[in-house]
Design a protein around this ligand. Structure first.
Ligand SMILES: *Cc1c(COP(=O)(O)O)cnc(C)c1O
Length: 384
């Protein structure tokens, strides 16, 4: 089906990001590539082959449906780990396929043991402990019963990991909270160790923690946003920037470019209102171009009269409101604009660039949100 825009995904950018990361983490640290949210909008089926060719052998998803897609895409016997949602009835499927998953409550633990018994196959579980995120994780007061069950059921369970997740490592405002979490995690770790319960890996860090709290790195890290070439926050970038002072260049490369075309052009007279309502009155005689992407494609309505796109290598502004399927941009100052000319919504055109970050700043959407709102069905093309 013909689409109104497409995404390009750069393989070489991915490799550079992984190289930078592995350098920061040390060669021994396993990178689990987090591909939830349709690989942060890039497309699970696109990212997996690129990641495997860059040496990644571990993938993390939020849910079972994503894990199934990863399972159908991997070619290198990579490990798959579900960090969040899996229905008890899908546990047998996961165990059968050697898919690892987080266990953060007794209900799931009991269902896991039951399924593993039935299949006569060990379930590969990652025990998640509550260290202060207060969403999921076994509580400190539950550790005795938990340890007893893990010990008694050891023939049905493979303890693949002991893990936790930090509550906002991308902002210094959460420094004390994160420090307390690190401390709590180590208390759990030590306690289990003393009980003779051993886990194959220890992992706690996401992108921001890996970069800002190196002590959280351990055996494995779960990396989402950074592999796609974005900083978890401006703060993480700034704090890293000082260490990167040697060449003062952003070491991360954006993978994604989002392009469309001019659908039509129209002359508008001074004083005319453009689009729905009266949010934009032409201050002069203008030439405006319609671009067939709108909030239905993830271009936020908050970018009404604010958003920018590139045409002919020049930055042009959205005029009027963003509608479901289209935006109107001011091309009065461009020469020879034609229907069909390329429009870059995210990415480079000649000497100019619209990064997702600058795009998000004007709409107050964070990188994460914008990326994952990109519709799954926009065609994605892998480029070098
Ligand atoms: C999303 C997620 C990550 C990855 O986070 P990034 O900030 O994108 O690196 C790691 N761990 C868990 C549990 C997550 O949900």
């Amino acid at each position: 089906m013909p689409h109104t825009s497409h995404l390009e995904i750069s393989k070489s950018a991915y490799r550079r990001n992984i190289k930078f990361l592995q350098n920061q983490l040390g060669a021994e640290t396993i990178i689990s590539s987090v591909v939830k949210g349709n690989a942060y909008g890039h497309g699970i089926e696109n990212i997996i082959p690129i990641a495997e060719s860059a040496g990644i052998r571990h993938f993390s998803t939020f849910s079972t449906d994503e894990a199934m897609r990863v399972h159908n895409t991997i070619e290198k016997n990579s490990t798959i780990m579900i960090m969040g949602m899996i229905e008890n009835r899908d546990l047998e499927w996961a165990i059968e396929k050697d898919i690892e998953f987080f266990v953060f409550e007794f209900d799931r633990l009991l269902a896991t043991i039951k399924a593993a018994k039935k299949l006569r196959k060990k379930a590969k579980v990652h025990i998640e402990v509550e260290t202060g995120f207060h969403r999921t994780g076994f509580e400190w007061k539950e550790k005795e019963i938990l340890a007893e069950m893990l010990f008694e059921q050891q023939e049905h369970l493979e303890l693949s990991g002991l893990c936790t997740h930090y509550a906002g490592a991308e902002s210094i405002a959460n420094y004390v909270r994160v420090q307390n979490q690190i401390k709590k995690y180590h208390e759990f770790k030590k306690w289990f160790f003393n009980k003779g319960i051993k886990f194959k890996t220890h992992h706690t860090a996401c992108s921001a923690a890996s970069l800002s709290y190196p002590e959280t790195i351990m055996d494995m890290v779960r990396i989402g946003i950074v592999q796609y070439g974005f900083w978890p926050s401006q703060e993480t970038y700034m704090s890293k920037f000082k260490q990167l002072a040697v060449n003062r260049k952003n070491p991360l490369k954006r993978l994604i470019t989002w392009k469309s075309k001019i659908m039509s052009l129209k002359k508008v007279e001074m004083g005319d209102f453009i689009g729905y309502g009266n949010t934009y009155m032409a201050p002069r005689n203008m030439l405006v171009a319609m671009i067939p992407i709108g909030y239905g494609h993830g271009f936020s309505r908050m970018l009404s009269n604010l958003g920018k796109v590139l045409i002919h290598g020049k930055i042009v502004s959205v005029v009027g409101t963003v509608t479901m399927n289209s935006i109107t941009v001011d091309v009065t100052d461009l020469r020879d604009v034609k229907k069909g000319n390329e429009v870059v919504i995210i990415g480079k055109q000649k000497n100019n660039e619209i990064t997702v970050a600058s795009f998000s700043e004007s709409s107050q959407q964070v990188n994460y949100e914008l990326l994952t709102r990109l519709p799954q069905d926009i065609p994605r093309k892998i480029v070098y």
